[in-house]
Design a protein around this ligand. Structure first.
Ligand code: MG
Length: 337
């Protein structure tokens, strides 16, 4: 018999967790197909009967929990993001839907475009330059500061300070190589959502302090993406499989790619992980992994592909994304295909 006291204790420990993981009124897709009047956009999950409670554009409807463009309606030229409020029972959620004009060229700029550009890696300049080049994606890395803020850095230390042991105000004052300042995740999302050509490839770094801190960062990242309504722009990546699984737990339709290289496409599919983003050495050892992934509907991304012949090899093998420090060269290679 579990005592009443133990029951209460269990409920105290488990309830907040259950509440956090409950997926309520989420969409399975936030990207609007372009040029298809009346197109279905995504299914609202987490409620039996969802309705639209506000839509200033007048373009959207919900039929049988599927959010779609109204019959015969297509998107106006010039506009690319639309807010729609959806209600069910007492709950109301605002989604930002984004018109699908994302580049299909497969090129993901690794830490943004910086190597052949004036800005620093993992800066707003490197994002702006990846967008200007027309990359399919701009990758970046986040850590959690001592005071629980999300900031960009590749390494656990930046400007001589340990990111996880320093407050965000101090970190964001650090000048990077080319004069850029360390950005926050919020600034990066705000900048990225000004456009709809380049996806934001968000790497969640495992914590050096504890496994739990990595889980906390994953939770905070998904919460911020939700609060900013940035779902349509985001691909998550991480070396920590439990971080990938945490993201999927919080948003079952999040696009997540695993980085560490040892999981088979079948395993990823079983865990509802959208794809892999593996090192070139792993993929080159057995290129059939690309075909295997494709047959299972698992997306493929390979890092860090900086050599022209490797780009050609992977493009010929039908890779979905190439992550590279040389996006200019990769874009040339794609154009030649
Ligand atoms: Mg990275």
């Amino acid at each position: 018999m579990i005592s009443r006291k133990k029951c209460l204790l269990l409920a105290t420990v488990l309830l907040p967790f259950a509440m956090q993981t409950q997926a309520q009124l989420i969409l399975d897709n936030y990207v609007i197909p372009a040029g298809k009047p009346g197109a279905a956009i995504g299914k609202v999950t987490g409620a039996n009967k969802a309705t639209i409670s506000a839509d200033t554009s007048g373009l959207f409807t919900i039929e049988k929990n599927t959010l779609r463009l109204k019959k015969g309606k297509s998107l106006p030229a010039g506009a690319f993001k639309f807010e729609v409020a959806v209600s069910a029972g007492t709950e109301k959620v605002v989604y930002t839907l984004v018109k699908d004009e994302f580049h299909q060229n497969k090129v993901v700029a690794h830490r943004g475009a910086w190597k052949n550009q004036p800005g620093s890696q993992n800066s707003l300049s490197s994002l702006k330059d990846a967008i200007k080049l027309g990359c399919a994606g701009s990758e970046f890395d986040i850590w959690m500061s001592a005071d629980g803020q999300m900031v960009l850095s590749h390494d656990p230390e930046i400007g001589g300070k340990k990111v996880e042991e320093t407050n965000a105000a101090e970190l964001t004052a650090i000048a990077l190589d080319n004069g850029d300042k360390v950005p926050t995740l919020e600034q990066y999302l705000d900048e990225g959502m000004k456009q709809n050509g380049t996806k934001l490839v968000l790497e969640i770094k495992p914590s050096k302090v504890s496994k739990e801190r990595g889980q906390e960062l994953a939770t905070k990242a998904v919460e911020m993406v939700r609060a900013k309504q940035a779902q349509g722009w985001i691909i998550y990546i991480s070396f920590d499989y439990d971080i990938c699984k945490r993201v999927v737990e919080l948003d079952p339709y999040a696009k997540v790619q695993y980085l560490n290289g040892e999981k088979s496409p079948a395993q990823l599919k079983a865990d509802k992980i959208w794809g892999f983003d593996y090192n070139y050495g792993v993929v080159n050892k057995d290129m059939s992994i690309l075909k295997d992934a494709r047959s299972k509907g698992v997306t493929t991304n390979v890092w860090t592909v900086n050599k022209a012949e490797q780009m050609t090899q992977l493009l010929d093998a039908g890779v979905d994304f190439l992550t590279t420090d040389e996006p200019e060269l990769a874009l040339e290679k794609v154009k030649g295909k």
